[in-house]
Design a protein around this ligand. Structure first.
Ligand code: GDP
Length: 139
């Protein structure tokens, strides 16, 4: 295992519901260090660029609208095995299937409004970190 960086977004639904503090508390108690953080209000174009891999999927339009619907908190998290560990703590995409105690079980409401994003692989983390924090992807 090694120290990694990953990108997380507290999505507009969780920000609007007042869960920034709840989510950061859980991240910190799981030994993630916040290496960078920024509140963003994404334009539709920025949301589409971030989720470009999903272009063409039936939910792409709706997802891009949702992600540009209000403020979101973007963070670079650092820690041992950060990419896989964050995915575990987040829970499955659809909160209906998420394990008890996971962030999505606790704070997501639907498969789309699912509270939090986390990079799913080192290559994705590098792209996503550079999307919001150019130059910060290298440790
Ligand atoms: P993640 O890695 O768990 O975030 O899931 P994906 O990369 O597959 O999808 C990206 C995001 O698109 C998810 O977090 C959801 O917000 C949304 N999403 C994924 N699947 C669906 C779906 O079937 N319907 C809708 N409406 N949104 C979806």
């Amino acid at each position: 295992m090694s120290v990694e960086r990953t990108l997380t977004i507290i999505k507009p639904d969780a920000v609007a519901a007042g869960h920034i503090g709840d989510i950061i508390k859980i991240l910190e108690s799981n030994k993630f260090v916040i290496a960078a953080a920024r509140m963003v209000s994404l334009s539709k174009k920025q949301a589409e660029g971030f989720y470009a891999v999903h272009r063409g999927k039936p939910f792409f339009e709706s997802l891009s609208k949702f992600m540009s619907s209000g403020p979101a908190l973007v963070m670079v998290l650092e820690g041992e095995n950060a990419i896989a560990r964050l995915r575990e703590i987040m829970g499955t995409t659809n909160p209906a299937n998420a394990a008890p105690g996971t962030l999505r079980k606790l704070y997501a409401t639907t498969i789309e409004h699912n509270a939090i994003h986390g990079s799913d692989a080192p290559e994705t983390a590098a792209f996503e970190i550079s999307y919001f924090f150019p130059g910060l992807e290298l440790l």
